[in-house]
Write a protein that binds this ligand. Structure first.
Ligand code: ZN
Ligand code: ZN
Length: 150
C-alpha cells in the first residue's frame, strides 16, 4: 500500500520538532499507513497491517505515533463505548458523526448541517472560537436479524 501525503508529512514533522519529539522514519511510515486506512481502525489493526506488509515497526511506535497524530489533529481518536480506542483520518475527509449500536457494535456515519450549526451557536453564545467537536449517538438496531452480537 502506498499513500504519501506531503502536506500531512510536513505538518507532522513540524509538530514533532515543535514538541521536541524524535523524528524517525518509523513514525512517518505509521503516518502513511494511518492516513491510508479506510474508516476506523484500532492501533492493533494498524500494527498488524504494517507487519503483514513486512514492516519492522514496533507495536510501541505504532501506539505512540497514533497518539501524536491525534494530538496534532491529523487523526481523530474515537471511543465507541467499548473500552477501546479507534482512530480515523482527518485528512481530506468530511467531518462526520457516529451512530453506534450498543448490542452489535455496528457504526453508522452521518453528517448533519443542523448539528454543525448548533455547535457553532453554542460556541458563539459562550464566547468561544470553534475548534472541533465529537459527537456519538448510542442506539440499538431495531431489526434483530441485522444485529449480531460479536
Ligand atoms: Zn467515522
Ligand atoms: Zn446492532
Amino acid at each position: 500500500m502506498k499513500f504519501i501525503s506531503e502536506e500531512a508529512r510536513e505538518e507532522f514533522s513540524k509538530y514533532l520538532k515543535w514538541n521536541k519529539h524524535r523524528i524517525t522514519p518509523e513514525r512517518f511510515e505509521a503516518l502513511d499507513y494511518a492516513l491510508g486506512q479506510q474508516g476506523h481502525f484500532s492501533a492493533d489493526e494498524l500494527y498488524v497491517a504494517m507487519k503483514t506488509d513486512g514492516s519492522n515497526v514496533s507495536r510501541a511506535t505504532v501506539y505512540n505515533t497514533l497518539e501524536l497524530l491525534a494530538k496534532c489533529e491529523l487523526l481523530s481518536k474515537r471511543n465507541f463505548g467499548e473500552n477501546k480506542s479507534y482512530y480515523e483520518s482527518n485528512f481530506n475527509i468530511q467531518n462526520h458523526d457516529h451512530l453506534i449500536c450498543t448490542s452489535c457494535g455496528k457504526i453508522i456515519e452521518f453528517s448533519s448541517k443542523k448539528i454543525m450549526k448548533i455547535v457553532k451557536e453554542i460556541c458563539d453564545e459562550n464566547g468561544m472560537e470553534y475548534v472541533g467537536y465529537s459527537f456519538n449517538i448510542f442506539g440499538k438496531c431495531k431489526d434483530p436479524n441485522q444485529c449480531k452480537h460479536r
